[in-house]
Design a protein around this ligand. Structure first.
Ligand code: M6R
Length: 615
């Protein structure tokens, strides 16, 4: 995922662009670049590495410092590579043949190969292997003296997701922004305006923002701005005032690490997928210290974990049984060693732990090894005890998780379990090649879908308000989303100290229904599927009949749930089995905002510790 900043105003653009970009660096840090217009010329400076590294390198080489570039209008970008490897050429901004147009982009252009071919035939010369450069040439191709119009025409030919910042040397008084699926906001200042991927980056300069919606194009000038749709029709936008303090840069502008980490999920997932998909298949061979023969023999899996990682294990059970057809049991780390687990040479133990230090999980691993079982761990912290003591490890590349409430590590664990499921399904021939291709294709869409889900954050904030005078909540889900209901309840308990319980939705009638009255918010995970969706709708009716408050997590476009529930959060369409990775996000945000509303510090919930190293 990438970060974008744009500036137009009275001041020198470069220092502002670079300062704001620093606060977006959590979005991507393999390369960075800046582009401005000076005396009707496009200037571009870019390099590989983190911002600090680039700065140091440039100072040493007495080269041009990014911050010294002249011009009062410009764009900057920090990159998280998707198309094209990490090279200076592939770093943004990208320009057209005439060096007239410069653009920065976050997203993926799905039809870029076809467009590129056509543009090459027309004589366009490409300098990078990115999908993004196609947009610069496409705009050039459509340019007839009006950059806004050329952008509109170009975007009509593009399929995929984008947040774009565009400048044109022929129109140095304009900064263009466009959005489809990737987040982008406008920041409105005094004789200056901004664009940014994330509001936190520009709070130091303005707290007035406009959220761009899909298929909207904005033209910013120093003193005004306009937003239009792709057909050129003016759209009146609401100006939002943000009341967060800007002095939070060490958390990349976020008020808490928990929120920052929730927002880091698209990147955590991208990194967790990196180098694990090869030629339409999952390749974990080099990482697994178990050979094919050992893996093929596995006919039973026991997953051990605690807390949030235990919830990931339950979702993993669903994935492995449904797709790889391997019987799975899930155990609490703390319980496993005090039973007499039946283990034979064909049983695989999977241990899941973010910290890799959880004493209960570690004890379970040791017990399993005593019984000669092979242990495969899913761990976030390299070099941790669980990492070292396992026979084999698959890492979640979520990055350091500082907030005590686990968020990004959880969804990264789900992704690793999914990868392992597909890998085993292929090895044991329980999944056909075509099916795997489809399952991978949907998996790859997750980071962008997460980004668009995260941009709906304001709706969840409003829902959190209803918890102000509440003391209890129920979380209900079924199938692969039952563990997410448990996780939603745990998150709320941990950070807001409200009592919450997770149940399979159908279990409600066997007891918890007695709790329902007008003071009980019930969160339903009611995504569309061929399995239990209709039954969950029935459960929603049961709660409504007893005056409960229904908050539904539903699939986009589902009007039926929309009519029934008091509040709805929509998630993008995906496979049923992958929906759990998306439904987790609104529940994390809900817990976070309830805690904040109650003046609690979600990063340091009372009595908890990030890594529980006692049994
Ligand atoms: O580091 P681990 O994943 O092994 O930690 C397990 C639990 O202690 C942990 O998930 C805990 O429940 C978190 N505070 C959940 O947010």
């Amino acid at each position: 995922m990438c970060g974008i900043i744009g500036y137009i105003g009275d001041k020198k653009a470069a220092p502002i662009l670079m300062d704001a970009l620093k606060r977006l660096e959590y979005r991507g840090y393999d390369s960075a670049g800046i582009s401005t217009i000076n005396k009707n010329n496009i200037l571009v400076e870019k390099d590989i590495g983190k911002l600090e590294e680039i700065k140091e390198k440039r100072e040493k080489e007495k080269n041009i410092n990014f911050e010294k570039i002249e011009g009062n209008v410009g764009i900057s970008h920090c990159r998280w590579a998707t198309h094209g490897s990490v090279t200076k050429e592939n770093a943004h901004p990208h320009t057209d043949c005439k060096n007239m147009i410069s653009i920065v982009h976050n997203g993926i252009i799905e039809n870029f190969s076809a467009l590129k071919e056509k543009l090459i035939q027309k004589g366009h010369k490409f300098k990078s292997s990115t999908d993004t450069e196609v947009i610069a040439h496409l705009i050039e191709d459509n340019y007839n003296g009006d950059i806004e119009e050329a952008t509109r025409k170009a975007l009509k030919q593009i399929e995929g997701s984008y947040a774009l910042g565009i400048i044109c040397s022929k129109e140095p008084n304009k900064l263009i922004a466009a959005r489809n699926e990737s987040p982008l906001i406008l920041g409105l200042g005094d004789k200056e305006n901004f664009i940014a991927s994330d509001v936190h980056a520009i709070l130091k300069y303005t707290n007035k923002v406009v959220y761009l919606e899909n298929n909207e194009i904005a033209t910013l000038e120093k003193n005004n701005y306009s937003v239009k749709n792709v057909n050129g029709k003016i759209i009146n936008k609401k100006i939002n005032e943000i009341n967060w303090s800007p002095e939070l840069a060490e958390k990349s502008g976020y008020e808490h690490f928990m929120l920052k980490e929730i927002h880091e999920q698209p990147r955590a997932i991208t990194e967790t997928l990196n180098n694990r998909i090869e030629n339409g298949n999952i390749n974990l061979k080099e990482e697994l210290d178990l050979n094919d023969e050992e893996l093929k023999k596995i006919n039973r899996i026991i997953i051990v974990a605690c807390g949030t990682s235990w919830h990931a294990a339950l979702a993993g059970e669903f994935m492995l049984e449904e797709l790889a057809k391997i019987p799975v049991e899930v155990e609490y780390g703390s319980e496993f060693r005090y039973r007499n687990p039946i283990i034979n040479e064909n049983t695989l133990i999977i241990a899941i732990s973010q910290s890799g230090e959880t004493a209960d999980t570690l004890a379970a691993i040791r017990e399993a090894k005593k019984r000669n079982a092979k242990v495969l761990s899913i761990v976030n912290v390299k070099g941790s005890s669980i990492d070292r003591e396992s026979d084999s490890v698959l890492y979640t590349y979520a990055g350091p998780e500082i907030g005590v409430a686990s968020t990004k590590a959880f969804t990264a664990q789900l992704v690793v379990l999914y990868l392992f499921t597909l890998f085993m399904g292929n090895l044991k021939k329980s999944l056909k090649k075509e099916k795997i291709t489809d399952l991978i294709e949907k998996l790859r869409k997750l980071p962008l879908q997460m980004e668009s889900l995260l941009s709906e954050e304001n709706d969840i904030k409003k829902i959190a308000d209803i918890y102000k005078d509440k003391t209890n909540s129920l979380f209900l889900g079924r199938g692969v989303n039952f563990p997410i209901a448990l996780e939603g309840a745990l998150k709320l308990k941990e950070v807001s100290y409200l009592h919450a319980e997770g149940y399979p939705a159908a279990e409600m009638k066997h007891g918890p229904i007695a709790l329902i009255d007008k003071n009980m918010p019930v969160v339903f995970i009611a995504t569309k599927d061929d399995y239990t969706y209709k039954k969950v709708l029935g459960n929603i009716h049961e709660v409504k009949a007893r005056n409960g408050i229904v908050i539904a997590i539903a699939t986009e476009g589902d009007e039926e749930v929309g009519k029934l529930a008091d509040y709805v959060v929509y998630i993008p369409k995906t496979l049923y089995i992958l929906s759990s990775i998306l439904t987790a996000i609104p529940l994390q945000l809900l817990a976070y905002y309830v805690a904040v509303d109650r003046n609690l510090d979600p990063d340091k919930p009372r009595n908890l510790s990030k890594s529980v190293v006692v049994e």
